[in-house]
Ligand binder design. Structure first.
Ligand code: SAM
Length: 278
């Protein structure tokens, strides 16, 4: 019988955030696949768990993924952990989940700590619709292209960022979104020096130009305000009907098209166009 793959989230700062279910899964797994075995060993020592560890990270995942899948198919249960937070979210795991699913292996994700959700919930920004953008590229050109593609994004946008790149990223964001765009900078979540700075991009730039940022950050940026279209008037409608008829459309088709384009009821356009001769 095939084993299983468990995705086990670990604390993003506060060790008290490891759940009973995660603890039990780590205890009961046959082996643990870890992003950095030294980091995970510290957590396992803290939990008093002794277990065989294998490394699974960006640069060995192509080869190690196959080894892990073979072991699971042979009947072993694997618990996958990353350095902190939920595996597979801007962390190794995405490929292993896909490989296991393709091999018919059952994958079980245990809910738990995740920086993106923790930041969104504390940000004070709109939470109804959001998009997670992960890390921006370190290359200036692709970072700017990525941000430019979000210029009209109306959902709340969430980014991971390293402190040494924060200022450059805020400056690029201000170029695209404008300095007045609200942002919540969620720093050192669940840790002793947890801090949420709810401000604007311009003010954040001023703040971190004076004091270099330290610690881990999630940036939660407000989406673009929808552009309110002014309602079309009867004059706009008759003008458009006139133009369309001059282009050769019948009166009926011109009214139909005008109503559609100006988002007006057909009878309102008809009334506005009464005086126009066929
Ligand atoms: N998979 C992880 C998760 O689910 O939380 C995220 C891993 S990603 C490699 C690491 C990034 O997550 C950091 O650069 C930072 O942007 C964010 N992060 C992790 N822990 C954090 C914390 N305690 N406070 C703020 N941001 C954190």
């Amino acid at each position: 019988m095939a084993g299983m793959l468990y995705l086990v989230p670990t604390p993003i700062g506060n060790l008290g955030d490891i759940s009973q279910r995660c603890r039990e899964t780590l205890e009961q797994a046959d082996f643990i696949a870890a992003e950095d075995t030294r980091v995970s060993l510290k957590l396992l020592n803290h939990l008093g768990i002794k277990k065989s560890l294998v490394s699974y990270y960006e640069h060995n995942k192509a080869f190690k993924g196959n080894v892990i899948v073979e072991r699971i198919l042979a009947g072993e249960t694997c618990a996958l952990v990353s350095d902190a937070g939920s595996p597979a979210i801007s962390d190794p795991g995405e490929d292993l989940v896909r490989q296991c699913a393709e091999a018919g292996i059952t994958v079980c994700a245990i809910p738990g700590p995740c920086a993106v959700i923790t930041a969104l919930s504390i940000s004070g920004q709109a939470t109804g619709r959001f998009c997670f953008e992960g890390f921006l590229s370190t290359a200036k050109k692709s970072r700017r292209e990525h941000l430019a593609s979000l210029e009209n994004e109306s959902r709340t946008m969430i980014f991971y960022e390293a402190p040494h790149k924060l200022l450059a990223t805020l400056e690029d964001m201000a170029q695209v979104f404008g300095p007045e765009r609200p942002i919540s900078l969620c720093r050192e979540l669940t840790k002793l020096h947890e801090e949420v700075v709810r401000t604007t991009l311009g003010q954040a730039i001023a703040k971190y130009s004076e004091n270099a940022p330290k610690g881990e950050f999630v940036l939660v940026v407000a989406g673009a305000q929808p552009i309110e279209k002014e309602e079309a008037t009867a004059e706009d409608a008759s003008g458009m009907v006139r133009r369309l008829m001059a282009q050769g459309l019948s009166r009926k088709d011109a009214i139909k098209q005008t109503a559609k384009e100006l988002n007006l009821p057909k009878n309102a356009v008809y009334d506005a166009a009464l005086a126009i001769e066929e």
